[in-house]
Design a protein around this ligand. Structure first.
Ligand code: BDR
Ligand code: CA
Length: 309
């Protein structure tokens, strides 16, 4: 089984990604690291513990990470994810699981050193924890198997979800993304170009009736689906973070191409933009794979079927 560390800013779709990873039963989850993002770190961590309790996987360890971005001020997404980050769907659940005391970047460093060349980092929030890990222990860059991240937008400038050209995870910590992108890691960036094509609606959720996840998925995604309805006219939400897990489970869900990508950190108009040089105009070698196609229906079916098991 592939060893992964899952880095999250839980978040409605992060929670769905955690459940998908767990229920696939095909990933060796070494630990889950949390990061400031959709909501402040304390909410993120609490939500993550609640999701593990819901899944009855108290054995999976959770490591708290960065409270603030690498350099900039934090900005949150309450209007997308609700006041607690998971649509208040587990307000009545008490957190009884214990949190680990190691700092997430240290856990990443230790794990990568313990299993050189074997650990896949799956990061579905801002890249702050990895930027800190690489700063503290630059030598780990050659020991990370690969990084699969949810973030960015490359071929659909104008359709960002934070600024016209910027996606939230990269926007939330563009300086961290800049650090991570230029370290020579094996990176796949699962961007809005493809995640915006993967939609979850009530017809999918109804397929979960009779499982322990039906109420949670229905209630937690309500605010997120309403947000989608306001923006795009349909009561549905994008499966950004689950698609990133989907790619780790089955690469054929996505079509990728190698390309050089850099991040804008100076302009207020396009802060956090991921600029892909498809024509090689900058003369740089590709530093990641970006996604140019998705088998959306097959992926959404797999996601639902996995949660149904
Ligand atoms: C990303 O930003 C967050 O709101 C989601 O959890 C996802 O990781 C999408 O842009
Ligand atoms: Ca996320």
């Amino acid at each position: 089984m592939e060893k992964i560390i899952l880095d999250v800013d839980t978040g409605i779709d992060d929670a769905l990604a955690i459940l998908y990873a767990i229920e696939s039963k095909r990933l060796d989850i070494l630990g889950i690291t949390t990061v400031n993002g959709n909501v402040p770190l304390d909410f993120v961590t609490k939500n993550t513990l609640k999701i593990l309790q819901l899944a009855d996987r108290r054995d999976i360890k959770v490591y708290p990470g960065a409270k603030e971005p690498y350099l900039r001020e934090a900005e949150h997404e309450y209007h997308v994810h609700g006041t607690d980050g998971i649509g208040n769907a587990l307000d009545d659940m008490e957190v009884t699981m214990k949190l680990e005391t190691s700092f997430a970047p240290d856990f990443i460093i230790e794990s990568v050193k313990k299993y050189p060349g074997k650990v896949t980092l799956v990061m579905v929030g801002p890249l702050t924890n990895l930027a800190f890990a690489l700063k503290k222990a630059p030598e780990i860059k050659d020991k990370i198997k690969r990084l699969v991240l949810m973030g960015g937008i490359v071929s659909k400038a104008g359709y960002g979800n934070k600024l016209p050209t910027s996606e939230f995870n990269i926007f939330a910590d563009a300086e961290a993304a800049k650090v991570v992108f230029h370290k020579g890691l094996d990176i796949t960036m699962v961007s809005l170009d493809v995640t915006h094509q993967t939609k979850l609606d009530m017809s999918h959720i109804n397929q979960l009736k009779g499982t322990k996840y039906f109420d949670y998925v229905k209630n937690s995604t309500e605010v997120y689906r309403l947000y989608g309805e306001k923006l795009y006219g349909k009561n549905e939400c994008s499966l950004h973070d689950p698609l990133t897990i989907g790619y780790v489970l089955d690469e054929t869900f996505l079509e990728t191409v190698p390309v050089y990508v850099d991040v804008e950190t100076q302009s207020p108009l396009s802060y956090g933009q991921t600029i892909a040089d498809f024509r090689g105009q900058l003369g740089k070698s590709p530093n990641m794979k970006v996604c140019v196609g998705v088998d959306a229906n097959r992926f959404v079916d797999d996601f639902i079927n996995t949660l149904k098991r």
